[in-house]
Design a protein around this ligand. Structure first.
Ligand code: TYD
Length: 349
């Protein structure tokens, strides 16, 4: 099978590309990536001479390019997306463009050529989930951030193309994912690389928000099973039962790094911050036989170890005057200036 992997130079996408090339000797991959800030050629550097891999730079919204690529491939797995909630609060329009219109362009080509498409989505489409409740695939989509709304919009287009035109589309909804090569705007790579530099770790609000933590390699394996065996028109939750409040995740991270908890700095919260996401992922376990291979400690520690052993990867991103630095200043400078300690007192650092 020849698979078009869109967004394949990003975090989970590049994990998927490597895994498929390693595990399926008969498969070839065409990676398409726009190489915006999070798509990084360094993520695929080791594949530059790979006989079963081709890289194309381009945007999923480019209908004529997509037509050419979909015609020559057997299936599409779409990782291409704007992914960061905080950026969606600062500049929502790019999210609408890529996560909704871009998905539409892929669906339209899949329809023309009769291809299967896997749309990689997120648990955030379910919105804030009360303690004790686990979202199932039948639950209502109730996104609350511009990011989650755009991902839900992309999903609804997928569903409509299945119902209206019979397009063979399958959706995955993954939990918070960590692992090698994640752009350091997300909490774990941001906090690891901050801690390694002795910088404060900006915890939003009380830090009691809960997420479920999944390893990228486990997530990629689930997506691949869905590509090969998922039922047309269905959605599959991909969770890990690793629910942790952020503050607990951050303490575990500092303990593994051997860095002091005094780096923890409570800063003003993200507006509309969802308190909890949690998935019921019985469907993928019972129907497709998937489960994550790693515990919470393995998921977190393998991730941290990768950033510790690849400083050249994240230092190239965290340069003075870089895109990262501009974003970091915009997102965090005022927050850190009004930081408080655990008791709400103004912090001295
Ligand atoms: P993030 O990695 O942005 O994923 P998401 O919001 O999509 O789940 O954030 C994970 C959690 O960590 C979320 O509750 C927000 C919190 N967080 C902080 O407290 N500080 C930060 O600097 C970041 C980036 C996130």
């Amino acid at each position: 099978m020849k698979i078009l992997v869109t967004g394949g130079a990003g975090f989970i996408g590049s994990t998927y590309v490597h895994q498929v090339l390693d595990q399926h000797a008969d498969d070839a991959i065409v990676t398409l990536d726009a190489l915006t800030y999070a798509g990084n050629p360094a993520n695929l550097l080791d594949l530059s001479d790979h006989p079963r891999h081709t890289f194309v730079r381009g945007d999923i919204s480019d209908a004529s390019l997509i037509d050419d690529l979909v015609r020559e491939c057997d299936a599409i797995v779409n990782f291409a997306a704007e992914t960061h909630v905080d950026r969606s609060l600062l500049e929502p329009e790019a999210f609408l463009r890529t996560n909704v219109h871009g998905v539409y362009v892929l669906l339209d080509a899949a329809r023309r050529y009769g291809r299967r498409i896997v749309q990689v989505s997120t648990d955030e489409v379910y919105g804030d989930v009360p303690a004790g409740i686990f979202s199932t695939e039948e639950d209502q989509l109730a996104p609350r951030s511009p990011y989650a709304a755009a991902k839900a919009g992309g999903e609804l287009f997928c569903h409509s193309f299945f119902v209206s035109y019979g397009v063979d589309v399958v959706v995955t909804r993954g939990a918070n994912t960590i692992g090698p090569r994640q752009y350091p705007e997300k909490i774990v790579p941001l906090f690891v690389t901050n801690a390694l530099q002795g910088l404060p770790l900006p915890v939003y609000g009380d830090g009691l928000q809960v997420r479920d933590w999944l390893y990228a390699g486990d997530h990629a394996a689930a997506i691949d099973l869905v590509l090969r065996h998922g039922k047309p028109g269905e959605a599959y939750n991909i969770g890990a039962d690793n629910e942790r409040p952020n503050i607990e995740l951050v303490r575990a991270l500092l303990a593994h790094l051997g860095k002091p908890e005094s780096l923890i700095t409570h800063v003003p919260d993200r507006p509309g911050h969802d308190r909890r996401y949690a998935l019921n992922w019985t469907k993928i376990r019972t129907e497709l036989g998937w489960e994550p291979a790693r515990t919470f400690a393995q998921t977190l520690n393998e991730t941290i170890d990768w950033y510790m052993s690849h400083p050249e990867w994240w230092q190239a991103i965290r340069q003075p005057d870089s895109e990262f630095e501009t974003y970091y200043q915009r997102q965090y400078a005022w927050r850190l200036a009004s930081a408080t300690d655990e008791n709400g007192a103004v912090a001295t650092k």
